[in-house]
Ligand binder design. Sequence first.
Ligand SMILES: [Zn+2]
Ligand SMILES: [Zn+2]
Ligand SMILES: [Zn+2]
Ligand SMILES: [Zn+2]
Ligand SMILES: [Zn+2]
Length: 512
Amino acid sequence: MSLNFLLGGCFGWRPSKMPKADEGTTQVWLWTMKVIFIIPLGIAAFESRKVYNTVKGIPEILHPPYNEHVLLAHLLTYIGTMTIFTWLFISSTLLIFHWKAWKSPYILLMGLIDLGLAVTLGTGIVLQAAYLPSTSSGCSNANTWQIVGMNKSFFSVIADSSPPSSAENKCQWFVSAWSEAVVSLSFQMLIAYVGVFFDEREYSFLNPFRPLFYLILVVISPPFWIHTHVVPRLRFAYRYILKLCRITGVKPLKFDQPIPYTPRDKHIVVTNPKLQQFLTIEHVLLVLVDNLHYEDVINLSLTCKSVREAVFPHRDLNYRIPKLKKRVCNEDSKKPCLYCNKKICFDCKATRFFPGLPGRRHVELCQPYCAKCYYTHFSRHARGTKKPCKCNISDRALEFQQMCRTCANSEPTVLRDSRFKRYQQEARDIADGIFLPPGEKAKCGSCKLDLKSGARWWVCGKCKGECRDAIHPPFAKRRKPLDVEKAEKQEREFHELETSRWLKWMALFRNE
Ligand SMILES: [Zn+2]
Ligand SMILES: [Zn+2]
Ligand SMILES: [Zn+2]
Ligand SMILES: [Zn+2]
Ligand SMILES: [Zn+2]
């Protein structure tokens, strides 16, 4: 018999591929288990026969108030164990003497017989469990076990029928016989499993690996599904709620507005009109500052009121300062002062050993992530996920900082506080994409797609972990969409904005 029907599926479902088994190995396993099983099964069988005979000899315990299935329970256990015991001899003899003939479908037949016997024995065991304690320690109260009204307990009646034994002894005997039957059933189930799932073919429904595979699938799938689908969403929702809670805490930062300097022209006494006229010509002034450091230009402006007005004309400040900054200092080593943004170069800089600035890392290195990339890289806790950023531990480490000479002589705490406030504002401007040209949007640091307004997730550029620092705003505002007709106007506004940034830095310069 080919048993090809075991390869077909039903309702469109087809059995999946399993590892190939070996029928010869199945036979060896079956025979070995059956031989090992003979002795324990023999003990259980003869013990259950004794128990059955005892129960049968006491008619008063076979009907209420005692369990009405007592006789049936012990009969099934007795028949089950005794038949299995006999069948073990027959089947193991058949297996050893008809090794070649007893292949499929005979192994399947043997397996089905074993399964039937296991069901018989199992039924008897389940019925007994209704009126026996689960362990022998439960026999300590055998005299009062499940008594109804004024009746004696089940075990007391049995003890009375065979003096001088006690109810507790009888109870322990019953429980021990029941435990032996349970062990027998476990063995029998194993033998039935090997017999029924005998088929060596990979796509057979009765491949021995199939139940194991489905069992593992059933056991592992729910926790795995929760781990991969539910927990990451909960994690994401939790972080999102925390961001929502932070919305109200983000208040606009207030900066001291510079008081505009408006010279009173009639009070300016021009002591050297030629020099003043000379400096008022912008291209002459720019040629002059070509060889100066920026601080020297400031010092030049401090010569007198008229020279100040010539170098930093109050009506033209927004355009003059960028021009001056472009020309001053050594071009090769020119960079802004860390604290006041004034231009410095290798020759005019001052170096100080100051604590690091906590905000700088967030503005220069942290990247925004879109919700999808954040979910994939962080909420899912996939393999290789970085822990939340802890770089703030080293943020305040002492370091060599290059700055202008004015800042170098200022109080470090005041400088640092003021700089941090500006970093805060910069972090917010970066989140809102304020520094981006019109029409351009901030990009996700991972997928490089445009970021929409809404929640912002930040990733530290140093350690690649999630940056949860409060300097980053939890949400980004919506930017007005680009109108083609207004594009020119917006371009102009952008340049004005750039210039207004100069003004912000000017606040420090003017307050000197
Ligand atoms: Zn310089
Ligand atoms: Zn400075
Ligand atoms: Zn950051
Ligand atoms: Zn970090
Ligand atoms: Zn992304």
